[in-house]
Design a protein around this ligand. Structure first.
Ligand code: NDP
Length: 327
């Protein structure tokens, strides 16, 4: 039998956490033959709710779930974890300035960086979900210098999946027949969903859709603003799709992307596609043997270039703001 993998979920008593932990315990993230031990962290005001989630996990009698650690102690939560999914964060409340939210969140990620660096298992893979996800991941990376930069990523897979979903709906095909969309840049409204290299049933999406105005306009804004549309409809933010995207991200990272398929991940830029090095930026990646590689050599047209640069500019600004918040 395989040794259990320890998976940390921070903010585990929150909405996304509540959708995510049963998926992990059922094998959606790491596969149906991989036992797991869940480490759930939340803050003291959420301790009772967190304990309730632990009770439900016990009651669900998941065969793969070999243990549950539910704690408000960051050291206990981080100790020995192989995978860390960072969902905990301070939500943006009405009337709060961007800088205030940023200050709260980058301070959280700075302190959690130290705990992960000191106590996580060697080669721990980190996925940041909490917003501002790219910049939180960057802060985590910078304050955990002994964790390899290739191990620190942020979630844009939900945006990627949203793009696939919109194309599938438009073409009336199965979403599993659509692949190789790209989310470039920030997990924010400046992200650039790009279908120039995407295919549906093996044919180029642009040729099948035959509507460049839609692909360059409404398609992009629908994907960018999907989160807000869900809040409007549900009066709550997207939690099940965010949790599902987080599972997809880790599964493909650990188990590999299928042949001929790439996915979008927020990763540390090495300057590929002239994206400034040293930002956490979403790129198309393939994964093998537990490591991601940025897909190289895709032709970029002028329309795409502008959008890729605009989202890079926003990330550079966020990085500067994050540092000013920390100083
Ligand atoms: P959610 O579980 O709904 O969201 C958690 C984080 O994920 C938020 O930062 C949210 O950003 C972000 N996020 C990223 N992508 C998405 C997406 N597609 N859809 C929705 N959210 C997305 O928030 P809750 O408030 O329910 O839960 C947060 C938990 O974190 C709580 O249990 C709380 O106690 C804990 N917490 C932990 C802190 C810490 O570790 N120090 C500090 C504060 C809270 P956005 O806000 O922009 O929606």
């Amino acid at each position: 039998a395989k040794e259990p993998v320890r998976v940390l979920v921070t903010g585990a008593a929150g909405q996304i956490g509540y959708a995510l932990v049963p998926m992990i315990a059922r094998g959606v993230m790491l596969g149906p033959d991989q036992p797991v031990i869940l480490h759930m962290l939340d803050i003291p005001p959420a301790a009772e709710a967190l304990n309730g989630v632990k009770m439900e996990l016990i009651d669900a009698a998941f065969p793969l779930l070999k243990g549950v650690v539910a704690t408000t102690d960051v050291v206990e939560a981080c100790t020995g974890v192989n995978i860390a999914v960072m969902v905990g964060g301070f939500p943006r409340k009405e009337g709060m300035e961007r800088k205030d939210v940023m200050t709260k969140n980058v301070s959280i990620y700075k302190s959690q960086a130290s705990a992960l660096e000191k106590h996580a298992a060697a080669n721990c893979k980190v996925l940041v979900v909490a917003n501002p996800a790219n910049t939180n991941a960057l802060i985590l990376k910078e304050f955990a210098p002994s964790i390899p930069e290739k191990n620190i990523t942020c979630l844009t897979r939900l945006d990627h999946n949203r793009a696939l979903g919109q194309i599938a709906e438009k073409l009336k095909v199965q979403v599993s027949d659509v692949k190789n969309a790209i989310i470039w840049g920030n997990h924010s409204s400046t992200q650039y969903p790009d279908v120039n290299h995407a295919t549906a049933c093996g044919k180029p999406v642009r040729e099948l859709v035959k509507n460049d105005a839609w692909l360059n306009g409404e398609f992009i804004t629908t994907v960018q603003q999907r989160g807000a549309a869900i809040i409007k409809a549900r009066k709550l933010s997207s939690a099940l799709s965010a949790a599902s995207g987080a599972c997809d991200h880790i599964r493909d990272w650990v188990l590999g992307t299928p042949e001929g398929t790439w996915v979008s991940m927020g990763v540390y830029s090495d300057g590929s596609y002239n994206v400034p090095a040293g930002l956490i930026y979403s790129f198309p990646v393939t994964c093998r043997n537990g490591e991601w590689t940025i897909v190289q050599g895709l032709p970029i047209d002028e329309f795409s270039r502008k959008k890729m640069d605009a989202t890079a500019d926003e990330l550079s600004e966020e990085k500067a703001l994050a540092y000013s918040c920390l100083s």
